[in-house]
Every structure is written in structure tokens, then in C-alpha cells.
Design a protein around this ligand. Structure first.
Ligand code: SF4
Ligand code: SF4
Length: 114
């Protein structure tokens, strides 16, 4: 067996190809995603009510999101999920989103540009 050490190839930086999308009108404030998000990304927007009368979920720390999908899997109302980033960007830029759809990563980018 050769004792030569294999070269180590560094992995490329992880590219975020998906973004978090929150359909705030579908949220029922059950709290499951807030409780189970391993990075404490999510919280309730206490300044707002949706049409059902609930405070909807929002992202309090989107930069901490690791795209793990826990929130998507646990939400009983399909109100939060990860979406293809390019498709989401196209819809976001064209304003082609349902009312009260939040894409926190894009909103953060916009606020940083201002
Ligand atoms: S994808 Fe994971 S880290 Fe990101 S908000 Fe959902 S549960 Fe939290
Ligand atoms: S799990 Fe779904 S319905 Fe429950 S708080 Fe989160 S987004 Fe809202």
C-alpha cells in the first residue's frame, strides 16, 4: 500500500440555491416552525395580523438560516418552504407573488442596498 498522502481538495463554498419563502396569509400562528428551527431564524410579527386574524411568522434572523427544511416539513399549512432561488427572484422582481408573501433574504438585500 502506498504511503503517499492524497492531496486534499477543498470544497467550494456552499452556494445558497434556495431561499426561504413565507406565505403569511396561510400562517395560523401555531408556532411549530418557530420552536423547531434549529437556528432560531423565525419569530412572529406581532405588529401585523393576517386575514385569519393571526400574527404571521416572519424571519428575525434570516442570515442564520441554513436551508435545513425543518420548517417546511413541520408546517401543517404549507405556509413556509424553500424555493428555487432564481425562480423566486424572478417572481419577486416582477411583483408576481401572492399578497403577503415574504422572501426575507431578498428583503434583506434590498435594505442593505438602501
Ligand atoms: S430552513 Fe431550517 S434554518 Fe432555515 S428557517 Fe427553516 S428551519 Fe430554520
Ligand atoms: S408552522 Fe406554519 S402555520 Fe405554524 S407558525 Fe410556522 S408558518 Fe405558521
Amino acid at each position: 500500500m502506498s504511503s503517499a498522502r492524497k492531496p486534499i481538495t477543498p470544497k467550494p463554498p456552499r452556494r445558497r440555491e434556495r431561499v426561504l419563502v413565507i406565505l403569511q396569509e396561510q400562517c395560523k400562528e401555531c408556532g411549530l416552525c418557530v420552536e423547531f428551527c434549529p437556528k432560531n431564524v423565525l419569530c412572529f410579527d406581532m405588529s401585523k395580523y393576517n386575514r385569519k386574524g393571526y400574527h404571521p411568522v416572519t424571519a428575525c434572523d434570516i442570515e442564520a438560516c441554513v436551508n435545513c427544511e425543518f420548517c417546511e416539513r413541520i408546517c401543517p399549512d404549507m405556509a413556509i418552504f424553500l424555493s428555487d432561488k432564481d425562480e423566486a427572484r424572478e417572481a419577486y422582481e416582477k411583483g408576481n407573488l401572492e399578497e403577503n408573501t415574504l422572501i426575507p433574504e431578498f428583503e434583506l438585500e434590498e435594505s442593505e442596498e438602501e
